[in-house]
Design a protein around this ligand. Structure first.
Ligand code: ADP
Ligand code: TRP
Length: 321
């Protein structure tokens, strides 16, 4: 039986962080043997916020290096830049004509963006249609993402159903895959970790950067000898990811009131550094040969584009174009 198709993307909008890693990127590596995987860098999506040539180019390269450093193997997966598959923008237009404005106005990401700033660009509003095109053009079965992207995958599924109903069976119906215990990794202020909240710990952060960010994690003001609640503490939430083998001991010390936040943070920072160090070493080695990284993206782009152009030939024919 042919392998099922997995597809996902991480936007080049800054340095990837540990929320991106546990919520999405780790799954790309864990699943690369089981699925035929397409992992890409959605630069057209990033253009809704990154409008600077140098930044776009450096974030994109940096992310490609990061994805290789965590263990994605270009011999197994197709790694590419969204803009190397321009057919997705063509398909986006087609989806625009099938989708209604009131439907897209219900998207959480759009509502949040609009609540912050009325002058958002049309790209922010249309974002889910481009994402639907990314997913459907490659016939993806499964889309591993964090909780915040669940609705976007549902929109892609609705769009596939609508197209199939109108023009005949063409697109597969994709499902999201969300790892429950890491669906929302909290940032240092307790809100969802996000580049846009600037509350993130970069995945390849230096030791001092980790120590200073961990020191800033927001806690309540309990003294070291007061009992603390592991369920509500932001430091403990990150222990669940980085301090697995100490978790029972930490739980009982929290409950008994035999650990202060300072000590808890020191343990956490040491564990994060232990986790990041080998990744950073690998990242530095890959970053030494950027021509090789660019070649991987170019090759991946060609492969992804081949599939996309076949699909578009079918779509055009179905539309009577
Ligand atoms: P950011 O919010 O930092 O801009 P992205 O939108 O680039 O992150 O997200 C890339 C992927 O990482 C998506 O699948 C998203 O759901 C996931 N992700 C982002 N932040 C988190 C988080 N705090 N917890 C879990 N997953 C996350
Ligand atoms: N919207 C996703 C995010 O903000 C990135 C993305 C773009 C994506 N296209 C995609 C994710 C297709 C999965 C599948 O994180």
């Amino acid at each position: 039986m042919p392998k099922k198709i997995l597809l996902s993307g991480i936007k080049p909008t800054g340095r990837p962080h540990i929320g991106n890693f546990f919520g999405a990127m780790k799954q790309f590596v864990d699943f690369q043997d089981e699925y035929e995987s397409y992992i890409f860098i959605p630069d057209y999506h990033a253009l809704t916020s990154v409008q600077d040539r140098e930044k776009m180019a450096s974030y994109t390269l940096d992310l490609a290096i990061g994805l290789l450093a965590i263990g994605l193997d270009p011999a197994k997966i197709t790694l590419f830049k969204q803009s190397d598959v321009p057919e997705v923008t063509e398909l986006t237009w087609i989806f625009n004509c099938l989708t209604t404005m009131p439907y897209l106005m219900r998207a959480h990401a759009f509502k949040d963006a609009e609540a912050k700033n009325k002058e958002i660009n049309v790209g922010v509003f249309d974002y889910p249609m481009l994402m639907a095109a990314d997913i459907l053009i490659q016939d993806a079965d499964i889309v591993p993402v964090g909780q915040d992207q669940k609705q976007h995958v549902e929109i892609a599924r609705d769009t596939a159903e609508k197209f199939n109903r109108t023009f005949g069976e063409t697109f597969k119906l994709p499902s999201s895959f969300i790892q429950p215990e890491v669906s929302v990794v909290p940032g240092i202020d307790g809100r969802k970790m996000s580049k846009s909240y600037n509350n993130h710990i970069p995945l390849f952060a230096g030791d001092d950067e980790v120590k200073s960010l961990v020191a800033k994690i927001v806690t309540d003001s309990k003294t070291p000898d007061e009992p603390k609640d592991p369920a509500t503490d932001n430091v403990f939430a990150l222990h669940r990811l980085f301090s697995e083998d100490q978790i029972e001991d930490l739980t009982s010390r929290y409950q008994a009131g035999t650990i202060g936040y300072k000590e808890s943070k020191d343990i956490l920072a040491a564990n994060i550094i232990k986790f990041i160090t080998p990744l950073r070493t690998k990242r530095e080695a890959i970053a030494g040969d950027t021509a090789h990284v660019q070649a991987i993206l170019t090759e991946g782009g060609k492969r992804a584009r081949e599939h996309a152009s076949c699909k578009m030939a079918d779509v055009r024919q179905k539309l009577g174009l």
